[in-house]
Design a protein around this ligand. Structure first.
Ligand SMILES: [Zn+2]
Length: 288
């Protein structure tokens, strides 16, 4: 009857820079939190001072990931795909890149994880991947059908133990309220929000969802430091510098220590709100 959560995410760091506070909170409150990371992160950008590890980035990032996941109190599962790059990155052409993986095979890997772990709650990226990263979008593309296929004895009959249907599917998503403010600030500074980011290839005006589509808000104020400590382990990615420098830390901790999700299954109407991913989950139907 233990609560179990499985997150299927693209890169080493998505678990910490993303909903790391939520994972830390659930783990600390007694939920078994499992984090599956699809790729090795080898196509990611490298922080200043880490240029010399470029050639062995997959190895370095695997170590960083393990350390971060341990701090969050979760259990790590690596899926072993090769990292793809952002849109138009040459890394996307590599035949072993995650986005070029056989979709049915990749879905099968997630089905196996679901049947083995038996999570009541599954979390993955949303269909925009947050900022249109192809690996994030591919994660959504395989984890969503896997959520349903895991329960179907006719699908992937030879994979994993008995079929199992998780009860909730959530996508990481954020409201575009802040994005609107941020793009306005960029315009006022004379910057073009449609060509933002390090490589000028992110259209900020398309980021985020209307807040009525944000169904779950998880407060992790008491786990702020845990998320920070896990994020700091990803030092080849810039580690703990992911926080905004625009606002003082106490203000961020008070008002921004919140992860937001869209509830995909079972669907809920616009405007629906909950503050716990396990709300309404029936633990009694579970044998373990
Ligand atoms: Zn990512």
């Amino acid at each position: 009857m233990k609560k179990r959560l499985l997150a299927v995410l693209a890169h080493p760091d998505d678990e910490s820079f993303g909903p790391g506070g939520t994972f830390a909170r659930y783990a600390a409150e007694g939920t078994a939190v499992h984090i599956a990371i699809a790729t090795d992160g080898a196509a990611g950008s490298v922080a200043e001072g880490y240029e010399e590890v470029r050639d062995r980035l997959a190895e370095v990032r695997a170590q960083e990931l393990q350390a971060a996941v341990s701090i969050l109190g979760a259990q790590l599962h690596t899926m072993g795909y090769r990292d793809s790059g952002y849109i138009n990155d040459p890394a996307n052409q590599h035949p072993d890149a995650f986005i070029n993986a056989n979709e049915q095979e990749a879905i099968g890997r997630v089905v196996r994880l679901i049947r083995e772990i038996r999570p009541q709650v599954v979390v993955t990226h949303d269909e925009t991947g947050g900022y249109f990263h192809p690996d994030h979008i591919f994660c959504w593309k395989i984890a969503t059908p896997a959520f349903y296929a895991a329960a179907d004895p006719a699908q992937y009959p030879d994979i994993g133990p008995a079929p199992y249907q998780p009860q909730r599917l959530y996508y990481t998503a954020f409201p575009n309220t802040w994005v609107k403010l941020f793009t306005l600030l960029m315009r006022l500074r004379g910057q073009d929000p449609t060509r933002a980011g390090r490589n000028k290839d992110i259209n900020f005006t398309k980021l985020g969802l209307p807040s009525r589509k944000i169904h779950a808000r998880i407060n992790y104020r008491h786990y702020w430091e845990v998320k920070e400590a896990a994020s700091a382990k990803h030092s080849s990615q810039g580690g703990g510098t992911s926080r905004s420098r625009l606002f003082p830390v106490w203000l961020q901790r008070r008002f921004m220590a919140q992860d937001t999700f869209l509830r995909a299954h079972p669907p809920v109407p616009d405007g629906y709100r909950e503050s716990d991913l396990f709300v309404g989950v029936n633990l009694a139907t579970d044998r373990t």
